[in-house]
Design a protein around this ligand. Structure first.
Ligand SMILES: *[C@@H]1O[C@H](CO)[C@@H](O)[C@H](O)[C@H]1NC(C)=O
Ligand SMILES: *[C@@H]1O[C@H](CO)[C@@H](O)[C@H](O)[C@H]1NC(C)=O
Ligand SMILES: *[C@@H]1O[C@H](CO)[C@@H](O)[C@H](O)[C@H]1NC(C)=O
Ligand SMILES: *[C@@H]1O[C@H](CO)[C@@H](O)[C@H](O)[C@H]1NC(C)=O
Ligand SMILES: *[C@@H]1O[C@H](CO)[C@@H](O)[C@H](O)[C@H]1NC(C)=O
Ligand SMILES: *[C@@H]1O[C@H](CO)[C@@H](O)[C@H](O)[C@H]1NC(C)=O
Length: 571
């Protein structure tokens, strides 16, 4: 027996004694509160944590059909085991976790943690089936925020002006650490897996869930054997404020494009850039070639939504043409944030995106278009920087480009160690044998794909400072592979580029890499493009219609930026 006070940092090596000595036969055998409690009684992997055995609930689900862009469609049976635990030293503390347990006959000695999105630390039933499909115990956490539907912002403030730091640490990385350590031990205990047999451990998540994944890989080298990560909301201090860049550009330039004008420019840009990758299919595989200059070339193109006007449609009737002002706003928005001295603060957007972060609002009382302050960006500033108990930033009066940079700086100063999630030193994860698949939609309009490339580059330069580009990329390939998904949007395919692909089997792919040594070359995807090129190779269709992944220095260079407004390193 290992002492119950074994430090958390060593928990990964812990083997729990198993009281439920006989191996369970069926899903209904394991899906009772009594069985679950006996399995939990023998877990002592987290110090200063008390599992509330009376809170254990189990629900058996049989033959449930699940489908998503993040896993292949399947019919699964599982036991939903939900329980609460508390941190001994913290009053009124209760964290809830749910684990879906596959049938004993389907269990393949695997554990999978899944992540959240936005200010949610879990995605409800969104990702958790993914683990069951691959024969894993699969988990989500509520972070201790109340219940599985409570988002972080509901508990972030103790009172106006005072931060609930425990909630910051839990959201930042601690809740996921606990979910995974507990989940892995639970899997061993429930299925009575011998101490000398390995339980493989994985992670899957996108956006905030992607950041949560990196938060673990950067800190706990041997916690996950593999991770499938999408469009991570890393470089958090910059990323959250950057949602306001479009708003401030519009305010500064004094023009608020009507929704149809923004839609029209996006549509024209997709049309103009579609074929540059060698194939006209409505999907931009090479946004970097989309270099026909600023969107001013679309001036005076007409748009209207008159045929789509229905009584219940809240969008006002529009009938107009692309203006010089509208094209200029979009051009500035795509270029990204510069400070008031013209130095680059943050990353640009690829051409071909839709303009969610530049959306405007119609005021029916005046019949004019104006600011629509980004929800995520506004709440970040009002609640997390200004410490006001409000979800909305009321105005951007007096806010200039330099203000956005100051807000980014404040976010770094206050939260760097918990939320920034850009530690580029993955040496320990590499040493532990971990593998990570990282994907990002090339038309992501919420997190710039250049953000993922910047992190990849930071890791490359940190781990292999004296090697040339190709040599260090080949080294990184041993454990970290990045894929830009042509035409894809934020964490999924893109309705503005119909047929755009999304890699649906990343979890299985990373499992094959870890357990069978099968490193992926191109990534399999659903949609009209079934193979995704591995960075830094870039897609191009030959005349005979065959997709090639080519080395193109000019293309690579368009994804790498000097954020020269900053004196400190921005990884
Ligand atoms: C548990 O918490 C107590 C009091 O907060 C502390 O003194 C002790 O060191 C902790 N134990 C471990 C193993 O972290
Ligand atoms: C699991 O079961 C609990 C009740 O025990 C329920 O509240 C929850 O919605 C279920 N969660 C999932 C992800 O199925
Ligand atoms: C689930 O599906 C299997 C295979 O199709 C079938 O044998 C079984 O009866 C189904 N179970 C329930 C409860 O519907
Ligand atoms: C913040 O406001 C909400 C309602 O608007 C209230 O329920 C909550 O208690 C307030 N929280 C704090 C810390 O003041
Ligand atoms: C839209 O505007 C154009 C140009 O002003 C005009 O010719 C056309 O009749 C308008 N269409 C409708 C349906 O109002
Ligand atoms: C990397 O290798 C490619 C061939 O795959 C070559 O064309 C390119 O010049 C090399 N890049 C550098 C920076 O050496």
């Amino acid at each position: 027996m290992v002492a119950a006070t074994r430090p958390l940092a060593l928990a990964g090596a812990f083997m729990s004694a198993v009281a439920a000595a006989k191996t369970p036969k069926s899903l209904s055998d394991i899906c009772t509160p009594n069985y679950a409690r006996s399995a939990l009684r023998d877990i002592h992997v987290l110090s200063n944590i008390t599992i509330d055995l009376s809170s254990v609930e189990t629900t058996l689900t049989t033959n449930s059909s699940v489908s998503s862009e993040w896993y292949p469609s399947a019919t699964i049976s599982f036991c939903n085991l939900t329980l609460g635990y508390s941190h001994t030293a913290i009053p009124n503390d209760k964290v809830h976790v749910t684990y879906w347990l596959p049938a004993p006959s389907a269990f393949k000695n695997r554990y999978v943690s899944t992540g959240g999105g936005g200010l949610a630390i879990n995605s409800g039933t969104g990702y958790i089936p993914s683990g069951v499909i691959v024969g894993a115990v699969s988990g989500i956490t509520d972070g201790g925020f109340g219940n599985f539907n409570t988002q972080w912002d509901a508990v972030f403030l103790e009172s106006e002006g005072f931060i609930n730091w425990q909630s910051v640490y839990m959201f930042g990385y601690q809740a996921h650490r606990e979910l995974a350590v507990l989940g892995k031990a639970l899997a061993r205990s429930v299925y009575n897996v011998a101490g000398n047999k390995k339980i493989y451990s994985y992670y899957q998540g996108c956006s905030e869930g992607g950041r949560e994944g990196w938060s673990q890989l950067q800190r706990y080298a041997d916690q996950f054997d593999g991770a499938a990560i999408g469009a991570p909301a890393i470089r958090y201090a910059q990323q959250q404020v950057n949602h306001l860049t479009g708003n401030v550009i519009e305010q500064t330039m004094g023009y608020y494009p009507p929704s149809c004008e923004l839609d029209k420019i996006a549509e024209l840009m997709i049309e103009a850039c579609d074929g540059l990758d060698g194939r006209t299919d409505g999907i931009i595989s090479r946004s970097d070639l989309c270099n026909g200059g600023p969107p001013s070339r679309f001036r005076s193109k007409r748009f209207n939504n008159l045929r789509r006007q229905m009584p219940q449609n809240p969008t006002p009737a529009q009938n107009g043409s692309v203006t010089a002002e509208g094209a200029a706003v979009v051009g500035a928005f795509l270029n990204g944030l510069f400070d008031n001295e013209g130095r680059r603060v943050y990353l640009p957007w690829p051409h071909g995106i839709t303009f969610a972060d530049a959306a405007t609002a119609y005021d029916s009382s005046t019949g004019t278009w104006g600011l629509s302050i980004s929800d995520l960006g506004g709440e970040w500033v009002a609640r997390y920087l200004q410490l006001k108990n409000t979800s909305a930033l009321e105005s951007l009066d007096g806010v200039i480009y330099d203000t956005l940079k100051e807000w980014m700086q404040l976010g770094m100063d206050r939260y760097y160690d918990v939320l920034q999630t850009t530690n580029p030193d993955l040496a320990a994860f590499r040493m532990a044998g971990g593998k990570v698949l990282h994907v990002h939609g090339e038309a992501d309009n919420s997190i710039p794909p250049a953000s993922s490339i910047r992190y990849y580059e930071s890791v490359r330069k940190t781990l292999y400072p004296s090697m040339g580009f190709n040599q260090s990329v080949a080294k990184l390939d041993d454990f970290y592979r990045l894929y830009l998904v042509p035409g894809a949007a934020h964490c999924g395919s893109n309705s503005a580029q119909p047929g755009s692909p999304w890699p649906q089997t990343t979890l299985q792919t990373v499992i094959d890499w870890v357990e069978k040594g099968k490193a992926p070359d191109m990534l399999a995807a659903s949609g009209d493009i079934d193979s995704i090129c591995r960075w830094p190779l870039r897609p191009m269709w030959r005349e005979d219609g065959v997709l090639t992944c080519e080395y193109d220095q000019a293309s690579i260079d368009t994804w790498v930026y000097d954020l020269n407004s900053w004196d400190e390193p921005i990884y």
